[in-house]
Design a protein around this ligand. Sequence first.
Ligand SMILES: [Zn+2]
Length: 383
Amino acid sequence: MRSPSPEARMAAKLRAKENSGGTPSSLDAWMAGKLSGADAALPLPRRVETAQLAALRRLLRYLSGYSPFYARRLAGHNPDLADLDDMARLPCTDSTHLREWRDFLCVSQGDIQRMVSLRTSGTSGSPKRLAFTEKDLAATRDFFRVGLSELTSPGERLAVLLPGAERPDGVADQIRQALSSLDIRVESPAHARIAGEQDTPESLADWVGQGKFHCLVAAPMQLRTLLHFFPQAPPPLRSVLAGADSLDPGLGLTLRAAWACDLRDHYGLTESGYGLAVECAAHDGYHMRALDIFTEILDVESDAPLPPGCPGEVVITTLGREAMPLLRYRTGDLSSLLPGPCRCGSPMPRLGPIMGRIERSPGQPPRLTRPPKGARSGAMEDL
Ligand SMILES: [Zn+2]
C-alpha cells in the first residue's frame, strides 16, 4: 500500500484538528497575559468585559477632553457608564462623519505616524481620513504577531500580496515589524518589481512560485488567480491568511482541498486599525481583539443591541486608540455574534461571517445588499 502524500497527511491532520477542537486560539492566551493583574479565578470573558468597561470609561473622558467632534456629540450625555449595556444610550458614528476628520483628532498633527484616505463614492465633499499614532500602529502589530504566529514558525518565509500593502507604514511593513522578533522573513512583490511596473497575474504567480514561501497573506481575488496557476500549493506553502475582502466560502473550500493548507480568513477595516478578527484552526467564527475593540451588533433599523445569533450591523468602538478613537462606529457590515464557545475550546465571543452590506441614504430606510463574490465587505482600504 502506498503511503499518503505529504499533502494528504497535512489535510488529514487539519481535519483531525478541526474535528477534535484543537488548541484554543492564541488570542485568548494573549489577552489573558494582558489581564494578568485581574482576578484569575474569573472566566476570561468576564475579565475581558471588566477591562472593556474600564477602557470605555477612560475613552469617554478622553473623547470629551480631546476630540472636538465627540465633545459636541457627547454633550448632554451622562459620561458615566454603569455597565457595558449602558453603551446603548450613546450616539453612533458613521463614515460620513469622517469628512470632519480634523475634529476627530485627539493628538497634534505632528504626532500622527500614518494618515489614510478612505475611498468614497462620488467626488464631491472633503475626503474621509483616518489617522494613527505610532502607538496605534503598534497595537495592530501586536494583534498581527499573535494571529500570524499560529500560521508561521521561526526561520520561515511569509509573503504579503495585498494590493498596496507595501506603502510606507502599510500592512506589509506592519507585518514585517510584527514578525521581525520571531525570525520570520516577510516579503512583498514590490521588492521584486521594477519601479512603476504593475503586477500581472503571471508575474505574481512567478514571484510566488520562486519565493519558496511558507505562508501567504493575500486578498481572495489574488488567491483565486493563484489557484489558476497552482492546482497544488507551491511548495513549501503550508498556510494562508485571507484578508482585505470577504472570502467566498466556496473559494475557501476549494483552496483548502486543492492546497491542503491551513487557510484562515481575517476580518478587518481601516477604521479598526486594519486588524479586527481572525479565524482559528477550528473555523468556527472570527476571534476578536476584544481588548482593543469593543464590538456590538445592532438592529439595523432600531439600533437596539442584539444578542448572539441575531444578525445586525457590526458597530465598533476603539479602545486605547490615541489619534482618532471611534465611538460606536457603524461598519456597514451585516453579521452576528456566535453563541456558545468556539470548537477550538475558547469561551470568548466570536463574530460570525459577514452576510452582507447595509446601505444608508438620507431619508431612506436602511437597505441590505449581499455583496457579489469578491466585492468589498469589511475591507481594508488604502493599505
Ligand atoms: Zn476558535
